[in-house]
Design a protein around this ligand. Structure first.
Ligand SMILES: Cc1ncc(COP(=O)(O)O)c(C=O)c1O
Length: 390
């Protein structure tokens, strides 16, 4: 049957590159393309034990419907964690989601009418761009200059574009790995507050810090609930759990409840109970420290391999945390056109164009260092340089 879809479906096209990148999942390919954590570091036995304990206690409510906001003891636990990071919050400010991706979708559902503008970093996280696009948003770029975010140009852009939302991943951003300074965080908040534009602060990578001290979240400076903070267990525990949270003002939480009810009623009760058990019976901080140490080794290795193999021809970011390095080749290279031959040579990256709202030609690529093993990083970067004949 030929379906007649809603108009917004024309904004949800499958890209050819995404199809091509499915090839990167084959085992003989060294893939720097995914955004996946290292599976060998998942706390498998602890999560198995948590599920066994909550199911074994004989309490049938672990399989019952739950409230849309989420399991109260888990929301209390998360609000404690948020406060310890300087983000004021009570359990009533916490709303549980199926990963932060659902948080993005619910917020977009609540705020965006077709044609509304989202102001974002360009490049930005592809999943956020896709979500905003599916609500038929238009985009404008947060202006930057040599010193970072240009607050004067930002104010001009807000006056001109009248954005409905600002979307930012201020810490170890996907795809570039870069981090906003405290001054930039405060500047965006000051300008956004002046014009009443809510900021979505997407923070999946903040815990993956390999050097320096933690920077305060933008929400920690916010006094009027202007900042909607998104957190997730995807990078610290496991993404397959699908558990994230939103920190927001109570009136927005009430709207989120209605939005989520129409989507999936609530996040899995069993998942929430098992995660609560895990957080109370195992050392999550120690686990995060283990991940940090392993990823730091991989980041250092990728940086030194890049230095050895790409130093004459390319520039790249030096992230102090997160999972990605953003590599830029000389302008004559187009990383979309190069991908098929790179895949034939058994290596994969994501072309940079993918992360821009206009998807124009681009000589950058995103390289992931958390999922490949150290040996794969060594072999893969050398291979990449050879294929690109640098
Ligand atoms: C910046 C950013 N936001 C949100 C997400 C989605 O994360 P989750 O697994 O919590 O839905 C990702 C996943 O890679 C991401 O990089």
């Amino acid at each position: 049957m030929q379906h007649t879809y809603a108009k917004r479906v024309t904004h949800m096209e499958n890209s050819a590159i995404r199809e091509l990148l499915k090839l990167a999942e084959q085992p003989h390919i060294i893939s720097f393309a995914g955004g996946l954590p290292a599976p060998e570091l998942f706390p498998l036995s602890e999560i198995r034990e948590s599920y066994a304990q909550v199911l074994g206690a004989g309490d049938p409510s672990v399989l019952q419907y739950g409230t849309t906001e989420g399991y109260l003891p888990l929301r209390e636990e998360i609000s404690d964690q948020m406060r310890s990071k300087g983000i004021p919050s009570e359990a009533d400010n916490i709303f549980l989601t199926n990963g932060s991706q659902q948080g993005l979708d619910l917020i977009a559902k609540l705020f965006l009418d077709p044609g509304d503008v989202v102001l974002l970093q360009n490049p930005s996280y592809l999943g956020a761009i896709q979500t905003f696009r599916s609500y038929q948003a238009n985009f404008a770029t947060i202006p930057t200059n040599a010193a970072g975010i240009d607050d004067i140009a930002l104010e001009v852009s807000i006056k001109l574009n009248r954005p409905k939302l600002i979307y930012l991943a201020p810490t170890y951003q996907n795809p570039t790995g870069t981090t906003l300074t405290i001054e930039e965080r405060k500047a965006v908040l000051r300008v956004a507050s002046k014009y009443g534009v809510p900021i979505i602060e997407d923070d999946p990578y903040g815990e993956l810090r390999y050097e320096g001290s933690a920077l305060p979240a933008i929400r920690s400076f916010s006094t009027e609930d202007e900042v909607i903070y998104l957190g997730t267990f995807s990078k610290t525990l496991a993404p397959g759990l699908r558990l994230g949270w939103i920190v927001a003002g109570k009136s927005l939480i009430a709207k989120l409840v209605v939005a989520k009810q129409g989507t999936d009623l609530h996040t899995s009760t069993l998942l929430q109970r098992a995660t609560h058990y895990y957080l109370n019976h195992f050392d999550a901080n120690q686990h995060i420290e283990t991940i940090r140490q392993a990823y730091k080794v991989r980041r250092d290795l990728m940086l030194s391999e890049l230095q050895e193999n790409f130093s004459n021809q390319a520039i790249w970011t030096k992230p102090t945390g997160g999972m990605f390095i953003w590599l830029t080749l000389p302008e004559k290279y187009d990383t979309v056109n190069l991908l098929p031959s790179v895949l034939t040579g058994n290596v994969a990256y994501v072309p940079g164009a993918h992360f821009f709202t206009d998807e124009g030609s681009c000589s950058s690529m995103r390289l992931n260092f958390s999922n490949p093993t150290p040996l794969q990083i060594q072999q893969g970067i050398k291979l990449l340089a050879t294929i690109l004949t640098l």
